[in-house]
Write a protein that binds this ligand. Structure first.
Ligand code: SAH
Length: 251
């Protein structure tokens, strides 16, 4: 079981597979006021940077589930490297429908909400693993500027403008689902560069090492077009953030 190979190639050197930088995950960990021993579940945990650094900095315990064997292996290595392998566990598997045995204080899906069939379904899925009073984390794109045309939305690799909302509308949508937004940390354009531009050097080196690979042409073409596409579209139009949610408290 694996994700499409192209992601394992272009993101093989990423520690964080989204526009967050290490300082953003640190800010989020502080913002959540994590207590030692708090349990964190992470669906689509990638290379495990969030759980591993929070285990190091806040003493959390955690479980991550990810469909990429490569990223899962990197997450386990990272846990060893940071000396937190006894606190965090990384499971290779499909997180769709994954419900933990032990209830979590924080249940997260950071940049992989297709796992639950979209934001609403992922919030419902995470709720099944969450303790009373627990916090749900959703990492999701939004339009930093609304694209004036569908062509521009496609330039951001969206299918259409309707794929994403503007930031106020995204926040309102969590309310419509019955949640209070209790914290948020947003990525910025420099963070987008770290996520996107890091792929370019990886692709360049991979091409040199794998000129005869069946994906070589696809990677060659991406390396030619991606820097300009990123600068014209994603960097300008797309925002990204992690939103902390709790079931709406009605008075
Ligand atoms: N949350 C991580 C990774 C985000 S990228 C981070 O912030 O770095 C999206 C991740 O979802 C990738 O690691 C990919 O392997 C994983 N993924 C995609 N589909 C999945 C599925 N069905 N179940 C589990 N993980 C999945």
């Amino acid at each position: 079981m694996d994700i499409p190979r192209i992601f394992n190639i272009t993101e093989s050197e990423h520690r964080i597979h989204n526009p967050f930088t290490p300082d953003k995950f640190a800010t989020l960990g502080d913002a959540l006021r994590l207590k030692p021993g708090a349990r964190v579940l992470d669906l689509g945990s990638g290379s495990g940077e969030m759980l591993c650094t929070w285990a190091r900095d806040h003493g959390i315990v955690g479980t991550g589930v990810d469909m990429s064997p490569l990223f899962t292996a990197q997450a386990k290595r990272r846990a060893e490297e940071l000396g937190v392998a006894h606190r965090v566990e990384f499971i290779h598997g499909d997180a769709a429908g994954y419900v933990s045995d032990e209830k979590a204080d924080v249940a997260a899906c950071v940049g992989a909400t297709w796992i639950g069939g979209g934001v609403a379904g992922t919030i419902e899925l995470l709720a099944r693993s969450l303790s009373a009073g627990g916090v749900t984390l959703i990492g999701e794109p939004y339009w930093r500027q609304l694209p004036p045309t569908e062509e521009i939305a496609k330039g951001c690799l969206a299918n259409s403008i309707s794929d994403f909302l503007g930031l106020p509308a995204l926040i309102a949508s969590f309310g419509d689902l019955g949640y209070d937004v209790v914290e948020m940390v947003l990525a910025n354009q420099d963070g987008w560069d770290r996520y996107e531009a890091a792929k370019w050097l990886t692709m360049r080196r991979w091409l040199e090492a794998n000129p005869d690979d069946e994906l070589a042409e696809e990677v060659r073409s991406k390396l030619s077009s991606e820097p300009e596409r990123h600068a014209a579209y994603t960097r300008e139009y797309l925002g990204w953030g992690v939103f902390a949610l709790m079931p709406r408290l009605h008075l």
